[in-house]
Design a protein around this ligand. Structure first.
Ligand code: MV4
Length: 504
C-alpha cells in the first residue's frame, strides 16, 4: 500500500500531485533546490528536503539525490510529474531496483516510445496508422533521396531521438534533401547524442490531437477521449481544448481504439498520451506517445470527471481501473490556457521576478492550477509557467465566455505575463468558430502582437493621473484654496469612469 509519495518535481504540477495525495490520505514529500526554498510545493507538502543548487541538472535531474531522499524518508513511491525525470527510463529502472514504486510506465515502455523509429515500427505492427515514411534510419544519402521522392515532396526529416520539434527539417526541393539530412543529423547528435534520422511525408496544415489513456497492470486499458492542442508557439502548447472542434464521433471512436492499441503494444501501465497528427480530411497518424502525465491533463479531468493523478496512484498500487470504456463520457467543453511569466513584446522572453500582486480568477466553471503567491519570486532557472487557467462550459460557446470573464479578472503585477496575448486570441473569429490548425498563431501574429493593448494601458495611466488631479482639486476647493475646477478634456471621460479605472 502506498502511504507516502515523494514528488520529484516543483511548481504547479508538484502542488497538483500533492492535492490528490492529500485527498487520498497519502502523505507527500517535497524535494527542493536552492531556488525553491520558498516555493509553494515545499509549503504544501508534509515533509520537504533540500536537494542541491538551483540548476536542475544539479537538483531535480539527479537520480541519486532523489533516490537518497526517498529512502531516507521511507517513501513508498515517487511521482515524477512532467518534465525532469518523468520520461527517463533509467530512473524508472532505478526505482524498481531500489524497491520504490515509480508512478509511471515501465522502462521498456518509456524506451520504446522515446525512440521514434522504434515507436513507429511498434505502432505499425500494432495496426496503428503512422505517417508514411522510411522504416529504418537513414544510412545512405542517395537511397534517402530516392525514398523521399517516392514518398513525395514536401517531406520532413526527423531525429529518431527527438520529439517536440527538435532536430526537424522541412524539405520541399529535391536538391535540398541531402543538406537537410546532414543538418538534422548533426543537430540530433548535438542535442541527443544520437544521429539517427528518418523521413516522413509532410502533412500540410495539420492538427495536433492527442488521446489520454489509462492502463492498469491487469490488462485493462481505456482512453479518455481527445485534447485538441494545435495552438502552439515554437512547439510550446498555448491553448488546449476538449472536445476538439474538428472531431467527428466515428473518427473519435477509431482514434480512441488506435490509442488503446498503441498503449497495449508496449504493455503500458499508468496514464499516457498518444499524439496524432491529423489532416484537414481527418486522416490521422501516430506521431509519438508521451509516457507521463501532461500539462494539459485538467481539461480531460473536467469533461470526464476522472482525477487522473488519483488513477495513476491507484494503478501504481496494483489496483484495477474502477471504470470501463463504456462508463466514460465527455460532458460539456473544457479549455485550458497556459499563463507564462514571459514578455510577448520581447519575443516571449522569460520574465522571472517578484510577484507584487496576484488576483486569481474564481467562480463557476473555473479551475486555476498555479503555485505563485504575493511576495513569491519566480526563479529564472526553470520553465516560466505561472499557472493554468481551465474553464468548463456546457458547450464551447459558454466555455469561451467564461474564459474571457476569467482572463478579465486575472491580475498579476511584478512580472510580465501572457494574459493580454491570450485575451486577444479570444477576439479572433477563427478561434471563436473553432476554425484553426497548427498555423494559427503564425497566421494571426500581427493581431496577437498588436500594440493596441499597450495604448490602452497608456490611456489608463493618463486617465488615472487626471482623476487624481481632479480629486486633489476637489480637496483644494473644499479647503478654499481655489474656487473652481477647470474644465479639461479628460473630464469628458466622466468622474465615475475615471475612479473605476483607479479601482481596476
Ligand atoms: C510533422 C508535421 C507535418 N508533417 N510531421 C512538430 C512537433 C513534433 N511533435 C512533430 N511536429 C510536426 N510534425 C509531419 N510528417 C508538422 C509538425 C508541426 C506541428 C505539429 C503539432 C503541433 C504543432 C506543430 C507546429 C509545427 C510543425
Amino acid at each position: 500500500m502506498i502511504k507516502k509519495i515523494l514528488v520529484a518535481n516543483r511548481g504547479e504540477i508538484a502542488v497538483r500531485v500533492m492535492r490528490s495525495c492529500r485527498e487520498m490520505g497519502i502523505s507527500s514529500v517535497a524535494v527542493f533546490s536552492a531556488a525553491d526554498r520558498k516555493s509553494m510545493h515545499v509549503r504544501y507538502a508534509d515533509e520537504a528536503y533540500f536537494i542541491g543548487p538551483a540548476p536542475s541538472n544539479e537538483s531535480y535531474l539527479v537520480i541519486d539525490k532523489i533516490i537518497h531522499i526517498a529512502k531516507k524518508c521511507k517513501a513508498d513511491a515517487i511521482h515524477p510529474g512532467y518534465g525532469f525525470l518523468s520520461e527517463n527510463a533509467a530512473f524508472s529502472e532505478r526505482c524498481k531496483k531500489e524497491g520504490i514504486i515509480f508512478i509511471g510506465p515501465s522502462p521498456y515502455a518509456i524506451e520504446t516510445m522515446g525512440d521514434k523509429l522504434t515507436a513507429r515500427k511498434t505502432m505499425t505492427e500494432a495496426g496503428v496508422p503512422v505517417v508514411p515514411g522510411t522504416q529504418e534510419k537513414i544510412s545512405d544519402l542517395k537511397k534517402a533521396v530516392e525514398a523521399a521522392m517516392l514518398i513525395g515532396l514536401p517531406v520532413m526529416v526527423k531525429a529518431s531521438a527527438g520529439g517536440g520539434g527538435k532536430g526537424m527539417r522541412l524539405v520541399s526541393e529535391e536538391d535540398k534533401i541531402e543538406e537537410a539530412i546532414r543538418a538534422a543529423k548533426s543537430e540530433a547528435m548535438a542535442s541527443f547524442g544520437d544521429d539517427a534520422v528518418y523521413i516522413e511525408k509532410y502533412i500540410e496544415s495539420p492538427h495536433h490531437i492527442e488521446f489520454q489513456v489509462l492502463a492498469d497492470r491487469h490488462g485493462n486499458t481505456v482512453h479518455l477521449f481527445e485534447r485538441e492542442c494545435s495552438i502552439q508557439r515554437r512547439h510550446q502548447k498555448v491553448v488546449e481544448e476538449t472536445p476538439s472542434p474538428l472531431m467527428r464521433p466515428q473518427v473519435r471512436i477509431e482514434m480512441g481504439q488506435a490509442a488503446v492499441a498503441a498503449a497495449k503494444a508496449v504493455n503500458y501501465e499508468g496514464a499516457g498520451t498518444v499524439e496524432f497528427i491529423v489532416d484537414e480530411d481527418l486522416n490521422y497518424y501516430f506521431l509519438e506517445m508521451n509516457t507521463r502525465l501532461q500539462v494539459e491533463h485538467p481539461i480531460t479531468e473536467r469533461v470526464t470527471g476522472v482525477d487522473l493523478v488519483k488513477e495513476q496512484i491507484r494503478i501504481a498500487n496494483g489496483e484495477r481501473l474502477s471504470f470501463k470504456q463504456e462508463d466514460l463520457k465527455q460532458q460539456g467543453h473544457a479549455i485550458e490556457m497556459r499563463i507564462y511569466a514571459e514578455d510577448p513584446d520581447k519575443n516571449f522572453m522569460p520574465s522571472p521576478g517578484l510577484i507584487k500582486h496576484i488576483t486569481e480568477p474564481l467562480g463557476l466553471g473555473v479551475r486555476h492550477d498555479g503555485y505563485v503567491y504575493e511576495g513569491y519570486e519566480i526563479p529564472m532557472h526553470y520553465d516560466p509557467l505561472i499557472s493554468k487557467l481551465i474553464v468548463w462550459g456546457k458547450n464551447r460557446q459558454e466555455a469561451i465566455a467564461r474564459l474571457k470573464r476569467a482572463l478579465y479578472a486575472y491580475k498579476i503585477t511584478g512580472v510580465k505575463t501572457t494574459i493580454k496575448f491570450l485575451e486577444r486570441m479570444l477576439d479572433i473569429p477563427d478561434f471563436v468558430k473553432g476554425n484553426y490548425n497548427t498555423h494559427f498563431i503564425e497566421k494571426n501574429k500581427d493581431f496577437l502582437m498588436s500594440p493596441k493593448e499597450e495604448k490602452g494601458e497608456f490611456e489608463n495611466i493618463a486617465v488615472i493621473a487626471a482623476a487624481f488631479d481632479y480629486l486633489n482639486k476637489i480637496e483644494e476647493c473644499q479647503l478654499g484654496r481655489i474656487t473652481s475646477i477647470q474644465e479639461n478634456n479628460w473630464k469628458a471621460f466622466g468622474r465615475k469612469k475615471a475612479i473605476g479605472r483607479i479601482n481596476k
